[in-house]
Design a protein around this ligand. Structure first.
Ligand code: WQD
Length: 334
């Protein structure tokens, strides 16, 4: 069965591609390489052990998307493509609405034109905004507090309206918590361009000697040790969650939002200490002021994924840290 992955060469997309090939799907990956490298193509094919069709292009080229869907007899779409840096979205909000929302509209128009009504969408826990309670369950009110989160929320709502307009549509909205780590081979990983804004890739670069010290953004939160707490999930667990979501999508109809997390929270210091333990590296730290836009703590209620998808995260924080460290050679741009 042929599945289209938009943004398939990105961090989550490339790891999901491996899990989908292992589950027996045939893939077409579409990417404009705005936030990924073409060398990922070879890495995915080498790990998958089979050739995979790649299409270089932008989702805003609706004719290209429609041709790709038709020529490859696509049965369903997993939509990863989009920009995802919160701080960058605050500086360039229109770029985020153009890249994330406009691309999604163009994709959905092409899908409608080709009568393809099955989609898994890569959303984010940032749609929940300031916690009214924790852990976040899927009924928690949604109210994004930054342009990035608002683009994800707009797309979720478009998919909900689409499902309400046509009962043949199935939209599975996956709300990621904090994906970290890398494929066990060490040949795929998180390869942000420039200095990483996210914690784990920054940590890897400090441990590798590329960056001096880790700045801890805030040590005065009302958390276990004063540093920010998040629900970190291994990217391989996240990828397997997409396989389960795709199988659910083909069985069901309607719009379904599902959290993909571990259900556990980890503080920055707890993650640093785990990283030091598994890598035997000492991480120099600077305790600095809070980062604008950060929430003190959030983590997922994960019972819906277990009940609907029969999926739960299996890998632990040590697996996440060690796999991130073991993929450092591909995640640091010389
Ligand atoms: C984690 C914790 C920081 C860097 C991001 C995206 C979000 C989602 C998940 C896509 C926080 C602290 C970080 C550093 C630090 N992505 N930190 N020093 O902000 O929780 O979420 O990834 O859906 O959209 O925003 O992740 O890794 O940036 O921060 O102390 O150099 O680490 O304050 O407590 P975040 P993060």
């Amino acid at each position: 069965m042929n599945i289209l992955l938009t943004g398939g060469c990105g961090y989550i997309g490339s790891h999901t591609a491996i899990s989908l090939v292992n589950a027996g799907y045939d893939l077409i990956l579409l990417d404009n390489f705005s936030n990924s490298e073409t060398c990922v193509i070879d890495r995915i094919q080498k790990i998958a052990g089979k050739p995979i069709i790649f299409v270089e292009g932008d989702l805003r080229d609706s004719n290209l998307v429609s041709k790709t869907l038709k020529d490859n007899n696509i049965r369903g779409v997993i939509h990863f493509a989009g920009l995802k840096a919160v701080g960058e979205s605050v500086k360039n909000p229109i770029d985020y609405f153009d890249n994330n929302v406009q691309c999604s509209i163009s994709l959905l128009q092409a899908m409608i034109k080709n009568n393809i009504k099955k989609i898994v969408f890569s959303s984010s826990a940032t749609v929940y905004g300031i916690p009214q309670y924790l852990p976040y369950d899927e009924n928690h009110p949604t109210s994004a507090i930054n342009p990035y989160g608002r683009t994800k929320l707009h797309i979720e709502e478009m998919l909900k309206d689409l499902a309400n307009s046509d009962p043949e549509w199935t939209s599975i909205v996956l709300r990621y918590f904090n994906p970290v780590g890398a494929h066990k081979s060490g040949n795929l990983g998180e390869a942000p361009k420039g200095i990483p804004s996210n914690l784990m890739p920054y940590l890897v670069q400090v441990a590798s000697g590329y960056l001096g010290a880790l700045n801890i953004f805030g040590s005065d939160y009302g958390t276990r040790d004063g540093t920010g707490e998040r629900d970190y999930i291994h990217v391989t667990d996240l990828a397997e969650g997409h396989v389960a979501a795709l199988q659910f999508m083909f069985r069901e109809q309607g719009w379904h939002a599902i959290n993909l997390g571990t259900g556990k929270s980890t503080s920055v210091l707890e993650l640093v200490h785990t990283f030091e333990k598994v890598t035997n590296k000492k991480i120099p730290l600077n305790l600095t002021s809070r980062r604008a836009g950060d929430l003190p703590a959030y983590f997922a209620k994960v019972s819906k994924a277990k009940n609907l998808l029969n999926w739960e995260a299996k890998l632990n924080l040590e697996d996440m840290c060690l796999s991130a460290w073991q993929s450092r050679k591909i995640s640091i741009h010389e």
